[in-house]
Design a protein around this ligand. Structure first.
Ligand SMILES: Cc1ncc(COP(=O)(O)O)c(C=O)c1O
Length: 487
């Protein structure tokens, strides 16, 4: 398509279409512009951009593409658009008011009313003596600040985190990360020690016949021995997702988090909970660690749900003792946009909306139906080995015909997943894919009917995956049907 160029500056010529209102570029115009101006993807090769739809708008739990097709957002994007795709009126109005009054003041120069209010609200929402310390922009930055905080408070260099974890893509958050995303270079940052959480893939803590209590104790014994071998006085923090998100909705067994808290207390190590994915209601508690009775971390990082992803904002919170420690010394972490007033305005109204509409209570109410649907899929589809669910967060694990994991982290996805992904889109679902896990994390405002409809769409997509993995090949058909019926 020919575009007229506008002379806005003697040396820079830009397309006149830039001066047309937003929402007026046609699909042809969008596609031509995309083809001429390639962009990069993040965790997949750049050419995958060709498979990404042009999203035009959202409404409730749905997104729409430029052909008018409706998609139910099955993972709230990256488990962050927790209120779906309509931003509450108060969020828009308060953000606009802040933008009109004072769009920006640097966190080290002035304190805005909105930040003061947000600090108070967070002190009221966070349990125990936890207080919001800083408000960075991303989850990774909130973890960077939390790691710096732990190192400077304890004077110790090492951070223990889990193999099955994700903490962000900046240097230190990436080094603390356990999944494949640290292999792009973050792994070379010193000072990070990886431990197994209670969900190793190829062995059971305490042996195959161990009870849950025995496995928990064995996992804690292993962790303690690791600490002793690393040097307890070298370890600043144990950093963990309270419910592992991208790694498969791993809910810690009874006693494990309490055991970590006790180990931390014994060796003067700080407990740092990464609540970036599950914080602000996803699990049916305001924070994921509140699912474990009596557990209060020293450091909490959060993001995503704090603003419902309507704007980038995160938070690093800490205990009163840590806060006081930094009274006469710098935290040693910062960013231009820390405590950005417009971002905080969005988060402030978003959190108030969660409270006023009792979204967390709603998640608790919906949880049994959610879990029932997960159970049904696990029963009905031979390719599903098992599932986990908490609140409005769930994960199905896919198995191949031999009962094995069809995609380890270092392996390319089985071709069957491409067929499944196509079926998923054709059935009107949109979401993140992290094979062999299938995450279920719709917006927290989803209605019962929409939830059932979403699970039906997933059900149809999983039938394609069953077939693509060979479960219904003639020679196996009878066996599998019998097996499925018997479960
Ligand atoms: C548990 C957890 N921590 C940290 C991050 C990183 O957050 P961000 O992508 O905002 O940097 C994520 C992102 O998915 C996450 O799930």
């Amino acid at each position: 398509m020919e575009n007229k160029l506008v002379n806005t500056n003697p040396t820079i010529q830009v397309d006149s279409a830039h001066f047309e209102p937003l929402g007026t570029w046609t699909s042809d115009k969008l596609n031509a512009s995309r083809a001429a101006n390639p962009f990069l993807m993040t965790w997949v090769p750049g050419s995958a951009r060709n498979n990404v739809m042009n999203v035009t708008h959202g409404e409730g739990v749905y997104l729409y593409d430029d052909k008018g097709k409706q998609y139910l957002d099955w993972t709230s994007q990256a488990v962050c658009a927790n209120l779906g795709h309509d931003v509450p009126r108060a969020v828009i109005e308060t953000a606009a008011q802040q933008m009109a009054t004072l769009p920006f003041v640097y966190g080290g120069v002035g304190v805005t009313e909105i930040r003061t209010r947000m600090n108070q609200l967070m002190a009221e929402v966070l349990p125990g003596d936890l207080r919001a310390a800083v408000f960075p922009s991303s989850g990774a930055e909130a973890n960077e600040a939390g790691i710096m905080m732990a190192r400077r408070f304890t004077g110790r260099p090492k951070v223990i985190s889990w193999y099955r974890s994700y903490h962000g893509a900046t240097a230190h958050a990436g080094a603390a990360t356990g999944d494949f995303r640290r292999w792009y270079g973050s792994d070379q940052v010193p000072g990070y020690v990886k431990a197994f959480n209670p969900f190793p893939l190829f062995f059971n803590h305490g042996g195959n016949n161990a009870t849950e209590e025995e496995s928990v104790q064995a996992a804690l014994n292993m962790l303690e021995e690791q600490i002793l071998n690393e040097g307890p006085d070298q370890i600043a923090s144990i950093m963990m997702e309270s419910v592992v998100g991208a790694g498969g909705c791993l809910v810690m067994p009874e006693g494990y988090m309490q055991g970590i808290r006790a180990i931390c207390d014994e060796y003067g190590i700080l407990m740092h909970c990464d609540e970036v994915m599950v914080g602000f209601g996803r699990t049916g508690q305001m924070f994921g660690f509140q699912n474990y009775e009596g557990v209060l971390p020293d450091i909490v990082s959060a993001a995503k749900g704090i603003s419902g992803a309507a704007i980038p904002l995160s938070m690093t919170a800490c205990s009163e003792e840590i806060m006081q420690f930094f009274d006469d010394k710098p935290l040693g972490w910062g960013s231009t946009y820390q405590a950005h007033p417009v971002a905080i305005a969005v988060a402030y109204e978003n959190v108030k909306h969660l409270l006023q509409h009792n979204i967390v209570g709603r998640v608790q109410q919906m949880a049994p139906l959610f879990e029932e649907c997960m159970q049904r899929l696990a029963n009905d589809h031979p390719c599903i080995k098992q599932y986990r669910a908490i609140g409005m967060f769930g994960c199905l694990d896919v198995k191949d015909m031999d009962g094995r994991n069809p995609k380890l982290q270092h392996e390319a996805a089985h071709e069957a997943f491409n067929k499944y992904k196509k079926a998923y889109a054709e059935n009107g679902l949109v979401g993140l894919h992290r094979y062999p896990h299938i995450h279920c994390a719709p917006p927290l405002i989803i209605t019962e009917d929409e939830l059932l409809d979403g699970f039906d769409r997933l059900d149809r997509s999983l039938t394609v995956l069953d077939e693509a993995l060979g479960y219904y090949d003639d020679e196996h058909r009878d066996d599998n049907q019998v097996a499925a019926a018997g479960r």
